[in-house]
Ligand binder design. Structure first.
Ligand code: ASP
Ligand code: MG
Length: 459
């Protein structure tokens, strides 16, 4: 079971977690927990402030109080003292050399989960459940790619079994820190934002768990963001591929890598609501809810920029796309969408707006020779665009899905800037102006009658 930040955000929420664990005690739950809600962001801000030489004392007091109040409720006295002393020391070092390495950043954010796990373990003990906090740095071995480290699975699986099996055998519930790991030489690393989902999947696969339950503050996976589409419906079952595809396309379902260990071990993932523990949630596995057009979900990723390289001289220039992509790779710019028209006169890359300016400039530099020779006419950047996608396993091989989609977009009076369909045929995505995104999502949701999916599952 993984409990996210909002499920462990307060003493009250932690008591709800304890109730859930008590109810399922007989199936030997293993817990993975995130930092308290907002704490990871607060720690990142602290790290940044320390680097800039700002006074961090006030923020530290607030952060400590948040944890101490919960510690008081569950009578867990020593945790805050030790960890905050250590955190202050690391921040002081950052302040002293006015630099923040990714290595230090990972160490600083790790305190979020290292604080929450002992508090949740104390909450369980308060409810009469024998529980112990486990620091995942003793379990998950990674490379030193700080801020989104890769897992060394052989070493990790060995450690997980060696450490956790005896605890479970004694009938004790381990409460493990999500998100963090360590290199073979002991440096603290993290698995990327939202990485606790991935942590639980890694641990479940190593221990051949029967199911993974991810407890959040929502009912499960919906056909669209309910804040955008009021009639969005809850899906009872989706496939691993659909879940992965959705995560990549902006539905903040799960950390995208979560599916990898679960699929290889054949473990279903159930998404559940901590605050409605009787609701069945959504199961991610090999079976999926059927839908008439094969479409399950429509999503939008906002705050994107579209960078276009155009020119007649690009035709037949072997290795050209590779050069463009290499620039993105070097700057570590994540490409959300990539398309090239078959006339080869245009390459379009969609990237997060945060790094788009630097990316465009680097491209101009890389291609300056071609621009000078007029092989390339221009490199342009359009900001404030959104990527809208439809996702669904059975879209594959269905005729008319794209036609229906773009008819709906046209009927909504929205102009499409670019289109891409992955050859997996599990998604079609397209670019619109940011201001059109919500309207388009509502139109597409209605056109594919996604609001009916819930009722379809019920019968
Ligand atoms: N606490 C980390 C984050 O906010 C990891 C997680 O919540 O899964 O990204
Ligand atoms: Mg979180």
């Amino acid at each position: 079971m993984k409990f996210g930040g909002s499920s462990v955000g307060t003493a009250d929420a932690m008591s709800k977690v304890a109730n859930i664990v008590a109810r399922h005690h007989h199936v030997q739950p293993i817990l993975v927990v995130s930092a308290l809600q907002g704490v990871t962001d607060a720690l990142l801000a602290l790290a940044e402030a320390a680097k800039n030489g700002d006074d961090v004392r006030e923020s530290l007091i607030v952060l400590r109080k948040k944890h101490q109040e919960i510690a008081d409720v569950f009578e867990e006295n020593d945790v805050c003292d030790g960890l905050f002393t250590e955190l202050e020391k690391v921040l002081a070092e950052v302040a002293a050399h006015k630099q923040l390495s990714t290595r230090e950043q990972d160490l600083i954010v790790s305190f979020g989960e290292r604080l929450s796990a002992p508090l949740v373990a104390a909450a369980l003990r308060g409810s009469g459940i024998d529980a112990v906090a486990v620091d995942a740095r003793t379990l998950i071995v990674t490379d030193d790619h700080f801020t989104s480290a890769s897992v060394a699975f052989d070493a990790t699986n060995e450690k997980i079994i060696a450490t956790l099996a005896p605890i479970i055998a004694r009938g004790v519930v381990p409460v493990i820190t999500g998100f963090i790991g360590a290199t073979a030489t002991g440096d603290t690393t993290t698995l990327g934002r939202g990485g606790s989902d991935y942590s639980v999947s890694i641990i479940a696969a190593a221990l051949e768990a029967k199911e993974i339950w991810i407890w959040k503050e929502v009912d499960g996976i919906m056909t669209a963001d309910p804040r955008v589409v009021a009639e969005a419906a809850l899906l009872s079952a989706i496939s691993y591929d659909e879940a992965a595809e959705m995560s990549y396309f902006g539905a903040k379902v799960l950390h995208p890598k979560t599916m990898i260990p679960a699929v290889s071990a054949g473990i279903p993932i159930r998404m559940r609501n901590t605050f409605k523990p009787d609701a069945p949630g959504t199961v991610i596995g090999t079976r999926a809810t059927p839908s008439p057009f094969g479409v399950k979900v429509t999503t939008a990723i906002k705050k994107l920029s579209m960078v276009t390289v155009e020119g007649k001289g690009m035709i037949g220039m072997a290795g050209f796309a590779a050069r463009v992509l290499a620039v993105a790779g070097k700057l570590r710019v994540n490409i959300v969408m990539f398309s090239q028209s078959s006339s080869e006169q245009n390459i379009c890359l969609v990237v997060e707006s945060a790094g788009s300016r630097a990316f465009t400039q680097a491209l101009e530099q890389e291609l300056s020779l071609e621009v000078g020779m007029q092989l390339i006419d221009h490199i342009t950047e359009q900001d404030d665009v959104a990527a809208v996608a439809i996702v669904g396993e059975e879209m594959r091989g269905k005729i008319g899905v794209a036609g229906k989609l773009f008819t709906a977009v046209a009927d909504a009076g929205v102009n499409v800037l670019a289109i891409a369909q992955g050859s997996s045929e599990r998604n079609i995505s397209f670019i619109v102006h940011g201001a059109d995104a919500d309207r388009v999502v509502r139109a597409v949701h209605a056109a594919f009658r996604l609001h009916e999916l819930f009722h379809k599952i019920q019968v």
